[in-house]
Design a binder for this molecule. Structure first.
Ligand SMILES: [Fe+2]
Length: 182
């Protein structure tokens, strides 16, 4: 599977614009994390792109979220990717690098999207690490973005500030695809 095939699969299965944006954002962060950790960047990006593939069919059945995605992907991806997808919905313990990365990136993407959307220009290039850090500390801001899950990135020996920088950079790289500015 390459990026293009993953995008096709994504667009076939997710019709909600926010979910597609979320998937693209997580893919972009995963790619940057792979580069930082000398891992397979296409595989990590695809894992991010596809991690919520079943969302529209399991939204009323959260127990099956991720389990269903793995079924849908079948032999299109390898076990490392499938395990990362399972682990992001706590269907498996966090063990490998890619599992930890997806678990944390899933939440960081939400914080970054929210931080960009409150800016008047909605331009990710204007979002600084310092400002994102402030938003991270503000518990009332973007409550859905689980700070403890974001902190799991420390298991990969990446400090929070660096993770913020990686996340912003990854998402800024695909700014036009994300269309956060409308
Ligand atoms: Fe997600």
């Amino acid at each position: 599977m390459n990026r293009e095939e993953a995008l096709e699969l994504l667009n076939e299965n997710l019709k909600t614009e926010n979910l597609v944006t979320h998937s693209l954002a997580v893919g972009a962060i995963m790619k940057e994390l792979a580069i930082r950790l000398n891992q397979d960047k296409e595989k990590w990006e695809i894992t991010g792109l596809l991690h919520d593939l079943d969302y529209e069919i399991t939204k009323n059945d959260p127990e099956n979220h991720a389990v269903k995605t793995v079924e849908m992907l079948n032999d299109k991806v390898d076990d490392e990717t499938k395990n990362a997808i399972l682990a992001h919905n706590e269907k498996k313990e966090l063990e490998t690098n890619i599992e930890i990365a997806l678990y944390a990136a899933d939440q960081l993407s939400g914080l970054i999207v929210a931080a960009v959307l409150v800016r008047p220009t909605k331009d990710i290039n204007e979002l600084t690490v310092k400002s994102l850090k402030k938003k991270f500390k503000d518990k009332a801001f973007a409550r859905g973005a689980d700070r403890d899950k974001i902190k799991e990135i420390s298991k990969l020996n990446i400090e929070l500030n660096e993770f913020f920088e990686i996340g912003i950079r990854g998402m800024a790289n695909i700014k036009d695809e994300l269309r956060l500015d409308g």
